[in-house]
Design a protein around this ligand. Structure first.
Ligand SMILES: NC(=O)c1ccc[n+]([C@@H]2O[C@H](COP(=O)([O-])OP(=O)(O)OC[C@H]3O[C@@H](n4cnc5c(N)ncnc54)[C@H](OP(=O)(O)O)[C@@H]3O)[C@@H](O)[C@H]2O)c1
Length: 317
């Protein structure tokens, strides 16, 4: 099939494009910068340069590709987030841009897809800190999101999911990825990995009882699920996470060890709230994890790293 990948040069896109090529698809990869065209070519795709926030440019880029499937992997979250940003995530420039990519750019890509007669649309969504802080530690796609947590970031994600999964001209799938780790992500052995840095410096503590449950996904497994979703699966939302959602108190010491860091410190909730704000504190103490049963059952997706235990030990890059 002809597949248009918006975000071909990103952490996920770089893993996804070669997989799609290997499965026999013809890929056009979008980037903002003329200078990244060679990277797109090296992945096996034809590059097209367009700014996702410019509707005419997106329409032209998509029209030139005549895709049957469009994949939306646009985000802008790779920058460093300071404590100040953590306290005010609504003002973090990467989050503001990502919200625009999840709303405006989604609209532009959907309009372009409809105009060229595409029949499938697969988009990146995100799972963490979305579920109501009631019920069990692991939740499904059917569980509701937390009404108290509907800040701009979650609103943009909910907008994307709704817009994509309700298209009437094709099949729309939104993939709620877990926290990425592995090569090219914020959790890797690279010296500039943004989340690994604070963990190495022991600035990423266990807060309170460390009961927040996180769901992780190795970037290769996320790409593998996405490649399958390009080809099959009913419209709807899929959690793309590993088999073992786990509380911070369990996974953080293991990750610190894998990064060669000393064990994390422990800080009380009140101190975390003061230093890093409410959202970060909730994430560390009350977040719920996600179940991958639907994605495994309906997409027939298999994981190379079914648990972060094995992934942190062998897959950090
Ligand atoms: N995805 C998440 O939900 C999430 C959440 C927390 C942390 N992280 C971490 O953040 C890192 C990923 O960073 P990232 O979000 O910046 O993704 P990324 O991996 O750098 O990819 C962003 C992609 O979006 C494209 N893009 C962005 N703005 C665009 C625009 N206006 N027009 C066209 N293309 C545009 C970029 O293309 P060009 O640059 O080629 O133009 C690039 O291909 C990883 O380390 C991950 O672990 C991700």
């Amino acid at each position: 099939m002809k597949v248009f990948v918006a975000g071909a040069t990103g952490a996920l896109g770089r893993q996804l494009v070669p997989r799609l090529v290997a499965r026999g698809h013809e890929i056009v990869g979008m980037t903002r910068s003329a200078s990244k065209q060679d990277l797109v070519r090296s992945l096996g795709a034809r590059p097209v340069v367009a700014d996702a926030l410019d509707p005419d440019a997106v329409a032209q880029a998509v029209a030139s590709a005549e895709p049957e499937v469009i994949v939306h992997q646009l985000t802008a979250l790779s920058g460093k987030m300071s404590m100040r940003d953590a306290r005010n995530p609504e003002r973090f420039s990467g989050a503001i841009m990502t919200n625009r990519l999840r709303t405006e750019a989604t609209d532009h890509l959907l309009a372009a897809g409809r105009a060229v007669g595409a029949r499938r649309f697969v988009a990146q969504s995100f799972g963490a800190l979305r579920f109501a802080r009631t019920g069990g530690p692991v939740q499904t796609e059917a569980d509701s999101s937390d009404p108290d947590l509907r800040q701009a970031g979650l609103k943009a994600i909910l907008y994307l999911e709704q817009a994509v999964t309700t298209i009437d001209w094709g099949e729309g799938l939104a993939l709620r990825y877990g926290g990425f780790y592995g090569p090219g992500t914020g959790i890797s052995l690279a010296p500039d990995a943004v989340m690994a840095g604070p963990i190495r410096k022991r600035r990423f503590p266990i807060v309170g009882g460390g009961g927040g449950v996180w769901s992780f996904i190795h970037i290769e497994d996320a790409a593998a699920a996405t490649a399958v979703a390009v080809e099959r699966g009913r419209p709807g939302i899929y959690n793309v996470v590993d088999d073992e959602p786990a509380p911070v108190r369990e996974w953080l010491p293991v990750l610190a060890g894998a990064l060669g860091a000393k064990p994390p410190r422990r800080v009380p909730r009140w101190l975390a709230r003061l230093a890093a704000g409410e959202m970060a504190t909730l994430m560390m103490t009350e977040a719920r994890g996600a179940s991958n049963e639907k994605a495994k059952r309906e997409l027939g997706w298999q994981l190379r790293y079914p648990s972060w235990r094995q992934g942190f030990a062998q897959g950090l890059g």
